[in-house]
Ligand binder design. Structure first.
Ligand code: 13P
Length: 288
């Protein structure tokens, strides 16, 4: 199946009160494992790369080729959107050219007027090409220079301004952060989410930093309009722990040993299981 825009799957998610997982990719193993999890559960899926991961994977064109080839070889029939995560203005155009079906332009670090102008331009381009566009208001925190912030909250009026530009989905900080949540984290700010939802109506909302948020908070956020949930860190941890266990058990030295394909298999399986767990929590199984 060819790559699809994330628009239809996210609008269906808002209407059906579930969320589509958006899983970050890092390499071929990740791609195979994530798509396997979506296919096994019959869930639509968004696979995404940051600009750094795109570079690591030898460029956005190679990312698109890998995803398209895995879809074909694994016989993936569920809808798959290939998305740029936290794109710059230049990165957005590179991914459009490389064949991505969905783009995030993250202008949250720019002055709001510049963020609005660039988002409006990209919304127009993406609409003409049939691609989905995610925009961001209010930075989503995370670890910076070893300091982990508590998570910022977006201004609902700014959310309304950017939602009205014709974007597909909106990332707005509600106390969520990327990476591992710090001790004493105060949780998602549902009053802010409600105020944003009130302003933007049925616009699908995106929850970044989906790793490590307690399940009840995730489900409450979905019931309030969150339709795309980004998960990266939990897949990385699952991969690292499974690989470490395999090595510590000396299994990399059994039989013929030293086979990189065997060494990476437990980590890949752990990613598939993590994706299936998220699909279960987000309620997207069988919605493909
Ligand atoms: P986590 O790494 O916290 O899961 O966040 C992923 C993310 O939001 C990518 O944009």
């Amino acid at each position: 199946m060819a790559l699809v825009s994330a628009k239809e799957m996210l609008q269906a998610a808002v209407a059906g009160h579930y969320a589509v997982p958006a899983i970050n990719l890092n390499n071929l193993e990740w791609t195979k494992a994530v798509l396997a999890g979506a296919q096994e559960t019959g869930s639509p899926i968004i696979v995404q790369v940051s600009e750094g991961a795109g570079k690591y994977m030898s460029g956005f064109k190679n990312v698109a080729d890998i995803v398209n080839n895995v879809i074909e070889v694994q016989g993936i029939t569920v809808p798959v959107a290939l998305h740029l995560d936290h794109g710059t203005y230049a990165g957005a155009y590179k991914c459009i050219k490389a064949g991505f079906s969905s783009i995030m332009f993250d202008g949250s670090a720019l002055p709001i007027e510049e963020n609005l102008a660039k988002t409006a331009e990209l919304a127009n381009v993406c609409r003409q090409l049939g691609l989905s566009l995610e925009a961001e208001v209010g930075a989503i925190g995370g670890e910076e220079d070893g300091v982990v912030g508590m998570g910022e909250c977006a201004d609902p009026d700014e959310c309304k301004k950017i939602a009205d530009l014709g974007i597909t989905m909106l990332a707005a900080g509600i106390g969520n952060i990327h990476g591992v949540y710090p001790e004493g984290w105060t949780g998602l700010q549902f009053d802010v989410l409600a105020a944003i939802k009130e302003k933007v109506g049925d616009m699908p909302l995106v929850l970044h930093g989906g790793s490590g948020i307690p399940e009840d908070q995730v489900k409450k956020a979905i019931s309030m309009g969150v339709a795309k949930i980004n998960v990266n860190t939990e897949c990385q941890i699952a991969f690292a722990e499974a690989t470490r266990a395999y090595i510590e058990a000396g299994k990399d030295r059994q039989g013929k040993g030293f086979d990189p394909r065997k060494l990476l298999a437990p980590g890949a399986k752990a990613i598939t299981e993590m994706v299936k767990t998220k699909i279960d929590i987000f309620g997207s199984a069988g919605k493909a």
